[in-house]
Design a protein around this ligand. Structure first.
Ligand SMILES: [Zn+2]
Length: 141
Protein backbone atom coordinates (compact mmCIF):
# COMPACT_ATOMS: atom_id res chain seq x y z
CA UNK A 1 0.00 0.00 0.00
CA UNK A 2 1.60 3.30 -1.07
CA UNK A 3 2.04 5.93 1.60
CA UNK A 4 -0.01 9.06 1.09
CA UNK A 5 1.31 12.55 1.78
CA UNK A 6 -0.50 15.88 1.95
CA UNK A 7 0.17 18.06 -1.04
CA UNK A 8 -2.25 20.82 -0.01
CA UNK A 9 -4.40 21.89 2.93
CA UNK A 10 -7.66 23.79 2.63
CA UNK A 11 -10.11 25.26 5.11
CA UNK A 12 -13.05 24.31 2.90
CA UNK A 13 -13.89 20.86 1.49
CA UNK A 14 -15.05 22.29 -1.84
CA UNK A 15 -11.65 23.88 -2.52
CA UNK A 16 -9.96 20.60 -1.61
CA UNK A 17 -12.24 18.72 -4.02
CA UNK A 18 -11.49 21.18 -6.82
CA UNK A 19 -7.74 20.72 -6.29
CA UNK A 20 -8.20 16.95 -6.06
CA UNK A 21 -10.22 16.90 -9.29
CA UNK A 22 -7.52 18.82 -11.10
CA UNK A 23 -4.85 16.40 -9.87
CA UNK A 24 -6.92 13.37 -10.88
CA UNK A 25 -7.50 14.88 -14.34
CA UNK A 26 -3.71 15.18 -14.68
CA UNK A 27 -3.13 11.52 -13.80
CA UNK A 28 -2.32 11.89 -10.09
CA UNK A 29 -4.05 9.46 -7.72
CA UNK A 30 -5.32 12.13 -5.33
CA UNK A 31 -7.91 11.84 -2.56
CA UNK A 32 -9.51 14.25 -0.09
CA UNK A 33 -9.14 13.47 3.61
CA UNK A 34 -10.50 14.90 6.86
CA UNK A 35 -13.41 16.64 5.21
CA UNK A 36 -16.35 15.21 7.17
CA UNK A 37 -15.68 16.95 10.46
CA UNK A 38 -15.33 20.22 8.52
CA UNK A 39 -18.66 19.61 6.75
CA UNK A 40 -20.20 19.04 10.18
CA UNK A 41 -18.70 22.18 11.72
CA UNK A 42 -16.80 24.46 9.39
CA UNK A 43 -15.59 26.71 12.20
CA UNK A 44 -13.40 23.86 13.49
CA UNK A 45 -11.53 23.52 10.21
CA UNK A 46 -8.45 25.49 11.30
CA UNK A 47 -8.36 23.85 14.71
CA UNK A 48 -8.49 20.37 13.21
CA UNK A 49 -5.80 20.98 10.61
CA UNK A 50 -8.08 21.61 7.65
CA UNK A 51 -9.04 19.38 4.74
CA UNK A 52 -6.12 17.57 3.15
CA UNK A 53 -5.47 16.64 -0.44
CA UNK A 54 -3.39 13.46 -0.32
CA UNK A 55 -1.30 11.91 -3.07
CA UNK A 56 1.04 8.91 -3.19
CA UNK A 57 4.53 9.93 -2.09
CA UNK A 58 5.85 8.78 -5.46
CA UNK A 59 3.61 11.34 -7.22
CA UNK A 60 4.27 14.27 -4.88
CA UNK A 61 6.53 16.14 -7.32
CA UNK A 62 4.08 15.68 -10.20
CA UNK A 63 1.21 16.89 -8.00
CA UNK A 64 3.16 19.91 -6.80
CA UNK A 65 4.00 20.83 -10.41
CA UNK A 66 0.31 20.65 -11.39
CA UNK A 67 -0.67 22.87 -8.47
CA UNK A 68 2.11 25.36 -9.27
CA UNK A 69 0.86 25.57 -12.87
CA UNK A 70 -2.65 26.20 -11.51
CA UNK A 71 -1.37 28.95 -9.24
CA UNK A 72 0.49 30.60 -12.11
CA UNK A 73 -2.69 30.70 -14.21
CA UNK A 74 -1.66 28.14 -16.82
CA UNK A 75 -5.03 26.38 -16.74
CA UNK A 76 -6.93 29.68 -16.85
CA UNK A 77 -4.92 30.77 -19.87
CA UNK A 78 -5.66 27.46 -21.62
CA UNK A 79 -9.38 27.93 -20.97
CA UNK A 80 -9.27 31.47 -22.35
CA UNK A 81 -7.52 30.21 -25.47
CA UNK A 82 -10.00 27.37 -25.91
CA UNK A 83 -12.99 29.72 -25.66
CA UNK A 84 -11.43 32.74 -27.40
CA UNK A 85 -11.59 34.99 -24.34
CA UNK A 86 -8.95 37.49 -23.31
CA UNK A 87 -7.12 36.32 -20.19
CA UNK A 88 -8.24 38.14 -17.06
CA UNK A 89 -6.12 41.13 -16.25
CA UNK A 90 -6.07 44.81 -15.44
CA UNK A 91 -7.37 47.03 -18.22
CA UNK A 92 -5.03 49.84 -17.18
CA UNK A 93 -1.64 48.17 -16.75
CA UNK A 94 -2.20 44.58 -17.92
CA UNK A 95 -1.29 43.21 -14.47
CA UNK A 96 -2.42 39.64 -13.86
CA UNK A 97 -2.68 39.72 -10.07
CA UNK A 98 -6.21 40.73 -9.21
CA UNK A 99 -7.94 40.52 -5.84
CA UNK A 100 -11.66 40.14 -5.42
CA UNK A 101 -13.71 42.96 -3.94
CA UNK A 102 -16.71 41.69 -2.00
CA UNK A 103 -19.89 43.55 -1.14
CA UNK A 104 -19.30 45.06 2.34
CA UNK A 105 -22.94 44.58 3.39
CA UNK A 106 -22.86 40.92 2.32
CA UNK A 107 -19.54 40.50 4.18
CA UNK A 108 -21.15 41.80 7.37
CA UNK A 109 -24.17 39.53 6.95
CA UNK A 110 -21.90 36.54 6.31
CA UNK A 111 -19.87 37.33 9.41
CA UNK A 112 -22.98 37.54 11.62
CA UNK A 113 -24.44 34.34 10.08
CA UNK A 114 -21.19 32.52 10.83
CA UNK A 115 -21.06 33.73 14.42
CA UNK A 116 -24.73 33.23 15.26
CA UNK A 117 -25.74 30.18 13.22
CA UNK A 118 -22.43 28.58 12.27
CA UNK A 119 -23.45 28.83 8.63
CA UNK A 120 -20.95 30.35 6.23
CA UNK A 121 -21.25 31.53 2.66
CA UNK A 122 -19.07 33.57 0.35
CA UNK A 123 -20.27 37.17 0.02
CA UNK A 124 -21.00 38.37 -3.52
CA UNK A 125 -18.03 39.53 -5.58
CA UNK A 126 -18.65 43.03 -6.89
CA UNK A 127 -15.36 43.57 -8.69
CA UNK A 128 -11.60 43.17 -8.66
CA UNK A 129 -8.65 45.37 -7.74
CA UNK A 130 -5.31 45.26 -9.54
CA UNK A 131 -2.46 44.64 -7.11
CA UNK A 132 0.03 46.43 -9.38
CA UNK A 133 -1.73 49.76 -9.98
CA UNK A 134 -4.78 49.67 -7.72
CA UNK A 135 -7.32 50.07 -10.50
CA UNK A 136 -10.73 48.80 -9.43
CA UNK A 137 -12.85 46.97 -11.98
CA UNK A 138 -16.55 46.41 -11.32
CA UNK A 139 -17.89 42.96 -12.08
CA UNK A 140 -20.20 42.68 -15.09
CA UNK A 141 -23.74 41.65 -14.18
ZN1 LIG B 1 -3.29 47.49 -13.06
Amino acid sequence: MPSLVAVELHTSPWHAHIACGLLVSEGVHAVVANEHHVWANWRLSQALGGVRVLVPAAQLEQAAAVLRARDCGAYGDALCQAFGDAPPGCRSCGGRELTYVRDPVARSVAFVMTLVFGVSFAPAIIGTTCRACGTRIRAAH
